[in-house]
Design a binder for this molecule. Structure first.
Ligand SMILES: C[C@](O)(CO)[C@H](O)COP(=O)(O)OP(=O)(O)OC[C@H]1O[C@@H](n2ccc(N)nc2=O)[C@H](O)[C@@H]1O
Ligand SMILES: Nc1ncnc2c1ncn2[C@@H]1O[C@H](COP(=O)(O)OP(=O)(O)OP(=O)(O)O)[C@@H](O)[C@H]1O
Length: 289
C-alpha cells in the first residue's frame, strides 16, 4: 500500500482586498504547511472501482473530496483503473486547516503515480482547483504568498517555528463567513515585502469571534502565552513558539475540553518528503514533476 501524508496548512496572515462580481473574494494570504495531518493509503483495484474506508461521519462517500478527486482524474484521463483508499482522519473538519483540500491534493498526486498517468503538477493543480480553492497550494507543496482569489502564487520562506493549534470545538462554514455583510473587504493590496514587515493578521478573525464566542474565548486564553491568530476562516487558532517543549507545555495547560496538537511549520510540504522516500525505494516509478 502507498501511504502518503495530507498535511494541514496555516494561513499565517489573511487579508481580504475586494470582492469580484462572481462573489469570490480577492485575498492576500501566506500559506505554510505543518508536519501534522491526515494520512491516506492507496492500493490499485480492478475495473475502475473506487472505495474509501472508513467513511467520514456526515459526508456521503460521493461527496468526499477524496472520491471526487479520484473520479475527476479518471474522467479527465479516461483511466479505467480503480483504487482502494484508506483514510486516517486527524484534522478537524471546517477547522481552517484545509483538511479536505489536502486530502484531495494527496489523492490526485498519489493516483497519478499509482495509475502511471504522467500528469505534471501544473496539470494536477488545475484539476484540483475545481475541487477547492486551496488544492493547488497543497499540490505545489511550497509555502506560498497567494493573491487573486488565491490562485496567483509567489513562493515564500517564512520562519518555521513550532505551533500549538487549538480547535474550539465548533465548525465554521467558509461560505457563510464570505457572505456576511460585516466581513471587512478593503485591506490594501501590498507587496509581499510590505506584508511580511507589518504585523500579521487575519481579516476574518473579528467576525468569526463575534459569530462564535467559543473562538473569542479560546483566542483570549492562548494570547496570554504567545502571539496567536486564527487560520483561514476558522475555527482553529494557532500560536507560535521557539521550541516544541514550550508549545507542549501550553497545550498541557489548555482547558480540558479543548483539542489541539503541536506541529512544526514546514515551507516544503511533508507530502513531497514522503514521495522522495518512495522514489528512493523504487527509482523507476512514475513521478509527476
Ligand atoms: C479562505 C481560505 O480558507 C484560505 O485558505 C480558503 O481559500 C477557502 O478554501 P475552501 O474552504 O476550500 O473554499 P472553497 O470550497 O473553494 O470555497 C468556499 C466558499 O468560500 C467563498 N470564497 C472562497 C475563496 C475565495 N477566494 N473567495 C470566496 O468568496 C465562496 O463563497 C465559496 O463558495
Ligand atoms: N476528505 C474530506 N475531509 C474533510 N472534509 C471533507 C472531505 N471531503 C468532503 N469534506 C467536506 O468539506 C468540508 C470542509 O472541510 P475542510 O476540513 O476542508 O475545512 P477547512 O479546514 O475549513 O478548509 P479551509 O481551510 O480550506 O476552509 C467539510 O465540512 C466536509 O463536509
Amino acid at each position: 500500500m502507498m501511504v502518503l501524508p495530507a498535511p494541514a496548512k496555516l494561513n499565517l496572515f489573511l487579508y481580504i482586498t475586494g470582492r469580484r462580481d462572481d462573489g469570490y473574494h480577492s485575498l492576500q494570504t501566506l500559506f505554510q504547511f505543518v508536519d501534522h495531518g491526515d494520512s491516506l493509503g492507496f492500493e490499485a483495484a480492478p475495473d475502475g472501482e473506487l472505495s474509501l474506508s472508513p467513511a467520514l461521519p456526515g459526508v456521503a462517500p460521493e461527496q468526499n473530496l477524496i472520491i471526487k478527486a479520484a473520479r475527476l482524474l479518471q474522467s479527465q484521463t479516461g483511466c479505467t483503473q480503480g483504487a482502494r483508499i484508506h483514510m486516517t482522519k486527524r484534522l478537524p473538519m471546517g477547522g481552517g486547516l484545509g483538511g479536505g483540500s489536502s486530502d484531495a491534493a494527496t489523492t490526485l498526486v498519489a493516483l497519478n503515480r499509482l495509475w502511471q498517468l504522467g500528469l505534471s503538477l501544473q496539470q494536477l493543480a488545475r484539476l484540483g482547483l475545481t475541487l477547492g480553492a486551496d488544492v493547488p497550494v497543497f499540490i505545489h507543496g511550497q509555502a506560498t504568498f497567494a493573491e487573486g482569489v488565491g490562485d496567483i502564487f509567489t513562493p515564500a520562506t517564512p520562519p518555521e517555528p513550532w505551533y500549538l493549534v487549538l480547535h474550539p470545538g465548533i465548525e465554521v462554514a467558509t461560505a457563510a463567513i464570505f457572505q456576511d455583510p460585516d466581513l471587512p473587504r478593503n485591506s490594501p493590496v501590498l507587496s509581499l515585502q510590505q506584508r511580511l514587515a507589518l504585523p500579521w493578521e487575519n481579516d476574518c478573525e473579528a467576525l468569526v469571534k463575534k459569530r462564535h464566542p467559543e473562538v473569542a474565548k479560546l483566542l483570549g486564553w492562548l494570547l496570554e502565552y504567545a502571539p496567536s491568530r486564527m487560520t483561514g476562516t476558522g475555527a482553529c487558532i494557532f500560536a507560535s513558539f521557539d521550541s516544541r517543549e514550550q508549545a507542549e507545555q501550553t497545550l498541557a495547560r489548555a482547558p480540558e475540553s479543548v483539542h489541539g496538537f503541536v506541529a512544526k511549520g514546514c515551507n516544503r510540504s511533508p507530502l513531497f518528503g514522503a514521495l522522495q522516500q518512495l522514489d528512493a525505494a523504487s527509482p523507476s516509478s512514475d513521478t509527476a514533476t
